[in-house]
Design a protein around this ligand. Structure first.
Ligand SMILES: Nc1ncnc2c1ncn2[C@@H]1O[C@H](COP(=O)(O)OP(=O)(O)OP(=O)(O)O)[C@@H](O)[C@H]1O
Length: 249
């Protein structure tokens, strides 16, 4: 069996706020295998964003074990964690987070600067990533000169340019109208199918979640259920990763 892309074992995350402890995650156990397509749902404040930050190495658990691409994050220095994040994870956010005065191709090339990739190679790979999301004709447009759907596609291209194993998306369709949101979901599905990149996305929209091959429901900082949505292909995941599962917490 291949190594999990992400693995959390009894992960807790407690925030300290003005002397008060907030237990955002209270013992989450889950694994995401290469090539899976997972939706994370749950009420506001249930811990979804906290979980995504941990899975994406933007934060560390208070306790429990978190392995990203097989590496236990507690054994890594901050610099090693940042390097693991840069090499393994691509992020897509609801608010796009693009540099406003920078062209599409420069926005997409940016993660490669931190990897020390040369200028010509950065551009070549950024153009390729933009073509992969259907934006080969918008290379020199700036975010202000693009529609919301186009901006989100630039953000997806930026997330992909480093060829991550996992794409983490926090409400990727939250700022888009229904049709544009469907187009963005179609791109994520195609990239998942063609490149095998695992996708984990947070959403409040049930029609978006219903397109995933696995739905993890978070409530009060715990995994409440972990299941295959009605109508999803059972053999869709790698290693049978999308099989029916019971909640494990
Ligand atoms: N930096 C922080 N300091 C203190 N408490 C925090 C912090 N970030 C989040 N929390 C608290 O942790 C809990 C989980 O928050 P989180 O943002 O993970 O929820 P969420 O499920 O993503 O919510 P939403 O759907 O509204 O975005 C909430 O009670 C929240 O108030």
């Amino acid at each position: 069996m291949s190594r999990p892309a992400l693995e959390a074992i009894d992960v807790h995350r407690t925030y300290q706020l003005e002397g008060v402890s907030v237990e955002a995650l209270r013992g989450v156990t889950l694994r995401v295998d290469p090539g899976e397509f997972v939706a994370v749902i749950g009420p506001s404040g249930s811990g979804k964003s906290t979980l995504m930050h941990l899975l994406g190495c933007l934060d560390r658990p208070t306790s429990g074990t978190l392995r990203v691409d097989g590496r236990d994050v507690s054994e890594l220095s901050d610099a090693e964690l940042a390097a693991l994040r840069n090499q393994t994870i691509g992020f897509v956010f609801q608010a796009f987070h693009l540099l406003p005065r920078t062209t599409a191709v420069e926005n997409v090339a940016l993660p490669l600067v931190y990897r020390g990739v040369g200028r010509a190679e950065r551009r070549r790979r950024a153009v390729e990533a933009l073509q992969a999301v259907g934006l080969g004709h918008r290379l020199t447009h700036r975010p202000t000169q693009m529609s919301g759907g186009e901006q989100q596609r630039v953000a997806i291209a930026r997330a992909l340019v480093g060829e991550p194993r996992v794409l983490l998306a926090d409400e990727p369709t939250g700022n888009l109208d229904t049709r544009t949101g469907e187009e963005v979901m179609g791109i994520l599905e195609r990239l998942n199918a063609e490149r095998g990149v695992a996708v984990v996305l947070v959403t409040h929209e049930m029609d978006v979640a219903g397109r995933a091959r696995r739905i993890i429901r978070i409530r009060d900082g715990l995994v409440e259920s972990d299941s295959v949505p009605a109508g999803a292909a059972r053999d869709g995941g790698v290693d049978g990763g999308a099989g029916e599962r019971e909640a494990r917490s």
